[in-house]
Design a protein around this ligand. Structure first.
Ligand code: 5GP
Ligand code: ZN
Length: 138
């Protein structure tokens, strides 16, 4: 936690453009936004990713993200917003303090969606079965 950049923002040792704060949650503008208004919603307690965070914290993050999304649509003329979380380096996580990305979206922004693929024969059945099996153990 010592070198965590988001903990430093939360403690006030680094500056940020804050948009929301309560006892448990802080939201501030991403320094390199996908679109203007791109906001990071973070718990004040340090957890590396969603896997480590408790369900109560995640539900608070989601509740605040919903409110912020509404504020973006009203205040920034956004027609929608994306909510995303990178969990783990393989998923693109760079800052290992769990955070929700909230990105205002406009019809005109021309952002490219994720690429899509198709399943091979029997692959979807196998993949779904593995997830169901592991889920039952968690
Ligand atoms: P990740 O890839 O870990 O999901 O996203 C980390 C995000 O944090 C990136 O979008 C990056 O632009 C943002 N970020 C990194 N350092 C800082 C900082 O010092 N201040 C702010 N406001 N955002 C940061
Ligand atoms: Zn942290």
């Amino acid at each position: 936690m010592g070198d965590c950049i988001f903990c430093k923002i939360i403690s006030g040792h680094l500056p940020a453009h804050k948009v929301y704060e309560d006892e448990k949650i802080l939201a501030f503008l991403d320094i390199n936004p996908v679109n203007p208004g791109h906001t990071l919603v973070v718990p004040k307690r340090h957890f590396e990713s969603m896997i480590d965070a408790d369900d109560g914290t995640l539900s608070e993050l989601t509740r605040i993200a919903k409110r912020l999304g509404g504020a973006m649509m009203k205040g920034l003329d956004a027609q929608g917003f994306n909510l995303g979380v990178n969990n783990g380096a393989a998923a693109g996580q760079v800052v290992f303090h769990v955070h929700y990305h909230l990105i205002p979206r406009m019809h005109s922004d021309n952002l490219q969606p994720w690429g899509k693929r198709t399943y091979g024969a029997g692959e979807a059945e196998r993949v779904a079965a593995v997830i169901r099996e592991k889920l039952a153990l968690l």
